[in-house]
Design a protein around this ligand. Structure first.
Ligand code: FUB
Ligand code: ZN
Length: 679
């Protein structure tokens, strides 16, 4: 299959109007080159995607009339062609319901790479027939209007694009369509979906712009920007990148000016993460794309500034972003409430997208540190261990009012989980010239090329439960190359990277337990030269040969984190981490009120094998246990010693309704000299 994709890529490139192959300074190693072992952490998650999440999503698309929307649009066009105008089709609840179909196809396409499945391919093909039938002759594909142009969806506006800046989501539909189509093309080699998406993209490029007869407007919900940049990378057609840049350049310059959708200012003047957090995350991803692909320094400067604000002042410990449900978005600096924290699953996914692009732009490990934090905490808490139920908000504290659900009317989060989880292997490695970046640790194989020559390696690890990783070279290119192994911030006493690199975001979180973990890396049994460090990576450069073994050992200490005092909600509190995992205390493990429990920064933790059984399957992890104090405040007030048990945050809410807390009360005061303030 890869051969077919390579041949098609050559023919696509031949059609391209630009001679040079566009790229980021650093190239991502695509999901097609990385296979994870089925018995690994991510192998298990991908299995669930295949067996549970994606079949569920397809069935929900059927059950909730997502496919009917396309059929009705096709029927309306056929009726109109016959001169029959009698039908009165009405779209389903949201004008972006079509995107759930695109997102599920995207996820299923990534899956096909690991699990070839003729039945699934045929099913997708049949869905694409329905999608294609709803496309208007000039490429426009938006069922919420086409099925009834006289009475489109209430948010759609009377005519094409009229409602785009305020809610039609016509361009949001385009963005998800392109993302799904590219994944489908890369996984299967079929152009079926890609051609549909290109026709819609061409329609948009023709109709929106500065030329005669064109409309000047910007997406009301971003994603088309990053999708068009991706389409440019695939096809080499510069008009797609130009359209993406036009959308971004025009933000804040059209009639629409609102922080909610980041149109309050031109993007290159923005310096703060504001508004709806999914819109924001997708826009910042698009800005990083434009910065990298055009080299426009004003974009680089702006996205660097926004990133520093978002990561340094507005991000939860879990990598979640967006602290209020009101606007589903960001609020003020350091305003990070726990119980009402919104942290939409889509926004955590968007945070991964932003940080991945920032890494590809700048090559620093601190971006992957944030990506990993979001990935193992704020993203995967959004789906149950068995893959069958979902969180929309992912708060850091609960009285038990939060439970995952099988689906939502507004299904953006489950369908984003569908497309995201199977794509995770695509974040593990990257290449620049003769450099291989090992960014994420997961058991599996990599088959790629470096300097035009084949490289194969395998990685074995129980990460994130263990910090031991083994990398074996299975096939090496003749020339030297440098392996850049990411040294996670958490093993170097940095919750978020605050020093050692080029930029210094504010010190939102820090470790408060005085511990000093270590790491060791050996090559064929001999310790590597630790002075060879660059941008947060250990560099191992040599002429590699088959059988070379790199063994990595990160101390996986249990760590206590404190937040900057400016975070009012976390003042006098601590949180617990181990490796990349944030922990939480839940009612089901503790026969006292975890919301009223305090822990010392000197607490000693036992690391205890544990797990949960969900839908008949066991999910293993380590629990942490420590001595703590319950401060009882009922009719009588008392304190009592208790043994507190914590589990990974991603595993919460599987055992019914009850209290959960990430930020526990700290029972020893913070020394005055450690009080920090805003820089
Ligand atoms: O508007 C499309 C999606 O629906 C947003 O990204 C989510 O926040 C939800 O509002
Ligand atoms: Zn969502």
């Amino acid at each position: 299959m890869r051969l077919i994709v390579a041949m098609l890529a050559v023919s696509l490139a031949a059609q391209a109007k630009t001679a040079d192959k566009p790229s980021y300074p650093i190239s991502n190693v695509p999901f097609t080159s990385v296979k994870v072992n089925s018995d690994s952490f991510w192998g298990e998650r991908i299995r669930q995607s295949r067996e549970v999440t994606i079949p569920l999503a397809f069935s929900k698309c059927e059950e909730t009339d997502r496919y009917t929307n396309f059929e009705n649009a096709a029927a309306k066009m056929a009726e109109t062609a016959r001169g029959d105008n009698s039908s009165d089709y009405r779209p389903t609840q949201f004008p972006f319901d079509d995107t759930d179909v695109y997102k599920t196809i995207e996820g299923a396409s990534y899956l096909l790479q690991t699990y070839p499945d003729a039945g699934l391919e045929a099913y997708i093909d049949s869905v694409l027939d329905i999608v294609a039938s709803a496309q208007e002759p000039d490429g426009y594909l938006y069922t919420a209007r086409t099925m009834n142009p006289a009475h489109p969806h209430a948010w759609s506006g009377a005519t094409r694009w009229a409602g785009e800046e305020t809610g039609s989501h016509e361009l949001y539909n385009l963005g998800h369509m392109i993302e799904g189509a590219i994944a489908h093309y890369q996984a299967t080699g079929s152009r079926k979906f890609l051609d549909i998406a290109i026709r819609y993209a061409d329609c948009v490029c023709r109709e929106i712009g500065y030329g005669e007869g064109q409309k000047v407007l910007v997406p009301g919900h971003q994603i088309a920007e990053m999708a068009l940049a991706k389409l440019y990378l695939l096809t080499g057609e510069k008009k797609y990148l130009d359209e993406a840049k036009l959308f971004l350049d025009n933000k804040g310059k059209t009639a629409r000016k609102d922080k909610y959708d980041q149109s309050h200012l031109p993007v290159i003047e923005q310096d703060e993460a504001v508004g709806h957090s999914v819109r924001a995350g997708y826009m910042y991803s698009g800005m990083a794309d434009v910065a990298a692909l055009t080299g426009d320094q004003s974009y680089v400067t702006a996205i660097d500034r926004i990133w520093e604000n978002m990561v340094g002042k507005k991000m939860y410990l879990t990598g979640g972003i967006g602290s209020t449900g009101g606007s589903e978005g960001f609020t003020e600096n350091y305003d990070l409430p726990n119980m009402t924290g919104y942290c939409e699953t889509c926004a955590a996914i968007a945070n991964v997208y932003v940080n991945h692009r920032m890494f590809l732009l700048h090559g620093e490990a601190k971006y992957i540190d944030v990506l990993e934090r979001a990935l193992y905490n704020g993203v995967i808490s959004g789906v149950s261990l068995d893959g069958g139920t979902f969180f929309y908000p992912n708060p850091l504290e609960s009285h038990g009012q939060h439970q995952r659900q099988a689906w939502f009317g507004c299904a953006c989060c489950p369908s984003n989980i569908c497309r995201f989880i199977p794509s995770v292997p695509g974040y593990a490695y990257a290449i620049k010239d003769n450099r291989l970046y090992v960014n994420l640790f997961m058991s599996g194989t990599l088959e790629t090329e470096i300097g035009g020559k084949a490289l194969k390696l395998s990685q074995t690890t129980a990460y994130p439960q263990s910090g031991d990783i083994e990398i074996i070279i299975d096939k090496a290119p003749a020339k030297e190359f440098a392996m850049f192994v990411r040294i996670p911030g958490w093993v170097e006493n940095r919750v978020l990277s605050t020093d050692g690199y080029k930029t210094t975001p504010a010190d939102l979180y820090s470790y408060a337990d005085g511990k000093d973990p270590e790491y060791t890396i050996t090559l064929n049994g001999r310790e590597v030269d630790k002075s060879k460090r660059q941008d947060g990576y250990q560099v191992i450069e040599r002429k590699w040969k088959k059988g070379d073994i790199v063994e990595i050992r990160f101390d996986m200490e249990s760590r206590i984190v404190e937040a900057n005092d400016l975070v009012r909600e976390d003042r006098g509190k601590i949180a617990v981490e181990r490796g990349p995992l944030v922990y939480c205390a839940e009612w089901a493990d503790n026969d006292f009120n975890v919301l009223n429990t305090s822990v010392s920064t000197a607490a000693v933790f036992d690391v205890v094998p544990a797990g949960l059984t969900v839908e008949g399957r066991d999910y293993k992890f380590y629990a942490l246990e420590t001595d703590a104090i319950e401060n009882y405040t009922g009719n009588s007030q008392h304190v009592r010693n208790v043994r507190l048990r914590l589990i990974p945050y991603y595993a919460w809410a599987h055992r019914g309704n009850g209290n959960m807390v990430v930020w526990l009360t700290r029972n020893n005061p913070r020394p005055m000299n450690r009080m920090r303030s805003n820089r």
